[in-house]
Design a protein around this ligand. Structure first.
Ligand SMILES: Nc1ncnc2c1ncn2[C@@H]1O[C@H](COP(=O)(O)OP(=O)(O)OP(=O)(O)O)[C@@H](O)[C@H]1O
Length: 261
């Protein structure tokens, strides 16, 4: 028998009850993710991307189907996969280091080990000199780096990211995308990132999962067969962009620099 994929989403459907009616949000989702792969889930607002991510992370149950992580059914959140949101969720009264230590507080590490591990990840995201600063003393980009460090410090197998860079300006977003690629290559974490930024999906992902809506479903998977870091202005990038734009029927002869759908 062949080895199961690291993450398997099998025949998942999900409805929510809205205004007294069951609304089908996700229909027959099947998705397999390899260990160390980066997957981008791309789709228009409301197509169910966050719901799918929540189901994969065990935050939300599916009505039909199941999610397997490393062969075991996901029924609740676990430290194997960590969710990172767009809004950094830092505690304002705790320093950068103390915020990163947060996820380690119920681990078996001693106080000293905890501090050392947290500091390692603060350094990894380039904030070693800001370890004793408080969130209000940091820019939005830096705050998001702290929340990335906090997620990584738990050393999860899977990082689930829900539009993690959506609140940042273009330059910070580009910078953090590069950081994420560097960190992923170092830590070999499996990443699933939800985005409606086509460029972000092409830049980060090994595979882009394009979702359609009403109900949310997987429309197409596109393998981005190109070395990282990728050239955002290169021909290869344009090639993938065109394919994705076609999926959303957004093609025109002259694409603008950035696309958000
Ligand atoms: N807890 C809930 N109860 C009822 N309806 C919900 C719930 N969570 C999500 N929905 C509905 O499910 C649909 C999909 O929402 P979801 O947040 O998954 O979409 P999304 O693709 O991530 O959207 P966006 O890109 O705007 O964040 C929406 O119509 C939303 O109103």
């Amino acid at each position: 028998m062949s080895k199961p994929m690291f993450i398997e989403v099998k025949d998942v459907s999900k409805s929510f009850r809205n205004n007294g009616k069951d609304e089908l949000i996700l229909k027959d989702i099947n998705l397999s993710v390899n260990q160390r792969e980066t997957i981008a889930i791309l789709g228009q607002s409301g197509c169910g991307k966050s719901t799918l991510l929540n189901i994969i992370g065990g935050f939300e149950p599916a009505n039909v189907g199941q999610v397997l992580l490393d062969g075991k059914e996901v029924t609740k959140p676990s430290k194997k996969s960590v969710m990172l949101f767009q809004h950094y969720g830092l505690l304002p009264w705790r320093s950068v280091l103390k915020n990163v230590e947060l996820g380690l507080e119920d681990s078996n590490l001693s106080k000293e080990e905890r501090k050392k591990q947290a500091y390692h990840y603060v350094e990894l995201v380039g904030l070693g000199d800001k370890a004793n600063h408080f969130p209000r003393q940091l820019s939005g980009g830096m705050q998001q780096r702290v929340s990335i460090a906090r997620a990584l410090a738990i050393e999860p197998d899977v990082l689930l990211m829900d539009e993690p860079f959506g609140a940042l300006d273009t330059f910070n977003r580009y910078y953090l995308q590069d950081e994420l690629i560097r960190i992923q290559q170092e830590m070999k974490t499996t990443i699933i990132i939800v985005t409606h930024d086509i460029d972000e999906a092409i830049y980060l992902a090994d595979r882009v999962v394009v979702m359609g809506k009403e109900p949310g479903r997987i429309q197409r998977e596109i393998v981005i067969d190109s070395y990282k870091p990728r050239d955002r202005s290169g021909d290869e990038f344009q090639y993938y962009r065109k394919q994705i734009l076609q999926e959303f029927h957004l093609n025109s002869s002259k694409p603008p620099l950035e696309y958000h759908i």
